[in-house]
Ligand binder design. Structure first.
Ligand code: CAP
Ligand code: MG
Length: 429
């Protein structure tokens, strides 16, 4: 019996069925390892194989073998039989296609670039409860981008100061107050107290402005605690919970999604931690894979980057993310697999990170109107305070939608003028 059987997992004559899950990998073999050997190891280790041949391997089990069926340079497509995966179970699926393989000595680098999800697996997940169009209906805002702001400094405010900041931003014109990703229930700003005070301020701001306002309150915590916090938000009349999907973990997010169906709450997904494995083009997993999992599991809003802000997000990646979470049918492209989402609702893309009024026209030019623009430092660093910062954001959006140059619009809008005086059109690093 030969010592190993990796090349059994390479079949360049195979063409995947629509039922298969297909993964697109970028494979860089370790020195001394041929491409087919490396690719066979990836397909083997991510499906049913291990490093050696097995006396327990019977013919019937071969139906579960993954097949590397296309190798173009470093780009490799692997088809996985649907039986390999448990529907409704993201952790198990990722432990297969995004598990041990990244650590194999046979690869010098390995990156999971995209996954084409087959209908049976798509139907095994809830998908977004509201989605982009449902969120617009909640706010009765049909056209313009929605706006959000995170009170800054990121954490440190008391619950009273936080709620006050929320009031200032909401009456200034911001639609959504958002907790920062590392604000949860610290002693200086306990979750329950912050929730009660902030929703009171939200109701007051709605009365005074006549506009719908909401609060993306961060429930990220141990799962039982997340559910408890979500129930409190629903009791207080909130519309959303926010969760850091990657530090909370997919199992927690799936449980939270189930609860939010009962509670009728939308989910805002923050992606803190993603850059630990998405940033390097040669190794890890793309943000596109993360974004498509998030849409499957059922978040309603997801951060996709800015291209021109403070965090590394190349334009091609941001546009691919936006397409992956909003389109019904994603066309295949350079290193992107085709994806038919069926009836899965689109997710609202959130652009955030180093934005200020001076950058808003360029953001809308690049990403269009169906976005949520989050401006944190660009509101709370405004020389006249958060309320003026919020007003400047809305004024910049009005100018952009009306195709009026910001400088022109600023002549009659003091808050915008003062924002441009401080930041101009700088791209923060
Ligand atoms: C932005 C932010 C967001 C980042 C996350 C921050 O604040 O609140 O967490 O946008 O990155 O903490 O940096 P500013 P991404 O508006 O003050 O920059 O959206 O790429 O996931
Ligand atoms: Mg943040």
């Amino acid at each position: 019996m030969p010592a190993e059987w990796y090349l059994d997992f390479v079949d360049l004559d195979y063409s995947p069925s629509s039922k298969d899950l297909v993964a697109l990998f970028r494979v860089e073999p370790a020195s001394g390892i041929g491409m087919h050997e490396a690719v066979g190891r990836v397909a083997s280790e991510s499906s049913i194989g291990t490093w050696t041949t097995l006396t327990t391997m019977t013919l019937d089990k071969r139906r579960l073998m993954a097949k590397a069926y296309e190798i173009k340079g470093r780009w490799v497509k692997v088809a996985y039989p649907p039986e390999l995966f448990e529907g409704g179970n993201i952790p198990q699926i990722l432990s297969s296609i995004a598990g041990n393989i990244f650590g194999m000595k046979a690869v010098h680098n390995l990156r999971l670039e995209d996954v084409r999800w087959p209908p049976r697996l798509i139907q095994s997940f809830k998908g977004p409860q509201f989605g982009l169009n449902g969120i617009r209906k909640i706010f009765k805002v049909k056209e313009r981008p929605l706006t959000a702001t995170v009170p800054k400094p990121k954490v440190g405010m008391s619950s009273e100061e936080h709620a006050r900041a929320g009031y200032e931003a909401w009456v200034g014109g911001i639609d959504l107050l958002k907790d920062d990703e590392n604000l949860s229930g610290q002693k200086f700003n306990q979750f329950e107290r912050r929730a009660r005070l902030s929703f009171k301020m939200r109701d007051r701001a709605e009365r005074e402005t006549g506009e719908r306002k909401s609060y993306l309150i961060n429930v990220t915590a141990e799962t039982h605690e997340m559910l408890r916090r979500a129930r409190l938000v629903a009791k207080l009349g909130g519309e959303y919970v926010m969760v850091d999907i990657l530090t909370a973990g997919w199992a927690g997010v799936q449980t939270l999604r189930d609860e939010c169906k009962e509670l009728g709450l939308a989910i805002h997904a923050h992606r803190a931690f993603h850059a630990a494995f998405t940033r390097k083009p040669e190794h890890g997993m793309s943000m596109l894979v993360v974004a498509k999992v998030a849409r499957l599991v059922g978040v309603d809003q997801l951060h996709v980057g800015t291209v021109i802000g403070k965090l590394e997000t190349p334009e091609e990646e941001v546009l691919a993310l936006q397409g992956g979470i909003t389109s019904r049918n994603v066309k295949g492209g350079k290193h992107i697999l085709p994806q038919d989402w069926g009836g899965v609702k689109p997710v609202f893309p959130v652009t955030s990170g180093g934005l200020h009024p001076g950058l808003i026209p360029e953001i809308i030019e690049m990403l269009g109107r169906n976005i949520i623009i989050q401006v944190g430092g660009g509101v709370w660093g405004h020389p006249d305070g958060g309320r003026a910062g919020a007003a400047a954001v809305r004024q910049a959006i009005d100018a952009a939608l009306g195709k009026v140059p910001l400088g022109e619009h600023a002549k009659t809008k003091r808050e915008l003028r003062r924002a441009l005086a401080k930041w101009g059109y700088i791209r923060p690093k």
